[in-house]
Design a protein around this ligand. Structure first.
Ligand code: ZN
Length: 351
């Protein structure tokens, strides 16, 4: 076992007299896992109880549902803002179908939106022909430009809500890019924990985790062009989550076109799995270590999202996440990895 990396699971049993079985005793198994980096706990329970719900994508394109979309090609040049010249002399960035603009409703000092497509409704299988490469490359260019400004904040972050269950306010595909001093409590905590790991063991945590996960094989999915995909031991999503780590690639400056290409190749494999599994929505992020430090490897994280049902559109997040800050997963990461793995094998053989 790798020094300093421990996978800790505690099993619990909950017994009740079951009305479905004439009040015979029923035992439900529950796990609490601790994240090997931060020690944060996650509940795993109700295995298989939540199924991703179908979304009526066709209806999202109908005029009465769609309403006014500022990201559609006929409106985007008039309805979206431009950056001031001291931030981005061109005002906006363009590549292929991607148009990167300031967020009209910014969450931070440097807050951009990359409109990814001309099409308003794009199913997962529609992200082909360079759409993802253009979006990521344009977003990264923005992050680099802003990071080079005098006194710019330290952290660069991409975040992505896809489709309404994820909390995305607009159907039209778009990613958000931030340069910020406050990249969220999770990454702040992980950066700190990785620094401590390095001080204690003299190693980069993520490279070490990959080595250990590859050795165990239970949650390891695949290697794609030097990037490595795995299912998280202690997932943050109700339907689990996957992380793509670029070991030895630390700051934004180290992340090149080659890494974008690897990420996109892996994402296309994952999207094929999502489509077959009926997953139509996700949250994702791409985050980097601090420039000049070799303690936190660049990584992309993605968590599927769903409505609990399409009767009253209950959210898959509840008091656990909102007030207890406690992730709950109904998916075993080991099962998720087993399901996802063949899609990477097939994808990489080009079948
Ligand atoms: Zn649109």
């Amino acid at each position: 076992m790798s020094e300093g990396i421990h996978f800790e699971t505690t099993e619990f049993a909950s017994t009740f007299l079951d009305p479905r079985r004439e009040f015979e005793p029923t035992v439900e198994r529950i796990q609490v896992r601790l994240d090997p980096l931060t020690g944060r706990s996650v509940h795993l329970a109700h295995f298989g109880a939540i199924q991703p719900q179908r979304l009526d994508l066709e209806s999202y394109g109908r005029a009465e549902v769609k309403g006014f979309c500022p990201f559609c090609p006929e409106h985007r040049h008039r309805a979206t803002p431009r950056f001031p010249a001291d931030v981005l002399p061109e005002g906006r960035l363009v590549a292929g179908e991607t148009l990167l603009v300031p967020n009209l409703f910014p969450y931070d000092a440097f807050s951009a939106v990359a409109i990814m497509t001309h099409e308003h409704v794009v199913p997962l299988e529609g992200f082909t022909g360079g759409i993802l490469e253009d979006a990521f490359s344009t977003g990264l260019k923005f992050l680099r430009v802003v990071r080079s400004l005098p006194g710019a904040p330290a952290h660069a972050l991409m975040a992505w809500n896809y489709m309404p269950p994820s909390g995305g306010g607009l159907i039209h595909p778009h990613q958000q890019y931030f340069v910020t001093g406050h990249p969220g409590n999770r990454y702040t905590e992980e950066l700190r924990a990785c620094l401590m790991f390095d001080q204690r063991h003299g190693k980069d945590y993520w490279s070490e985790l990959l080595r250990e996960e590859a050795r165990r094989g239970e949650r390891y999915v695949a290697e794609v062009g030097g990037s490595h995909w795995l299912a998280s031991f202690a997932p943050i999503g109700v339907l689990g989550d996957l992380v793509c780590v670029f070991p030895g690639v630390f700051g934004l400056g180290d992340f090149t076109g080659k890494h974008v290409a690897s990420l996109v190749e892996g994402l296309n494999c994952l999207f094929r799995y999502f489509s077959d599994a009926g997953i139509h929505s996700f949250n994702a992020s791409l985050f980097f270590g601090q420039e000049g430090r070799k303690t936190f490897s660049a990584q992309f994280r993605i968590a599927p999202r769903t409505f609990l049902n399409t009767r009253d559109y209950a959210s898959d997040l509840n008091f656990f996440q909102a007030v207890l800050h406690q992730p709950v997963s109904v998916v075993r990461p080991e099962d998720l990895a087993r399901e996802v793995r063949p899609y990477f094998d097939v994808g990489r053989r080009g079948e």
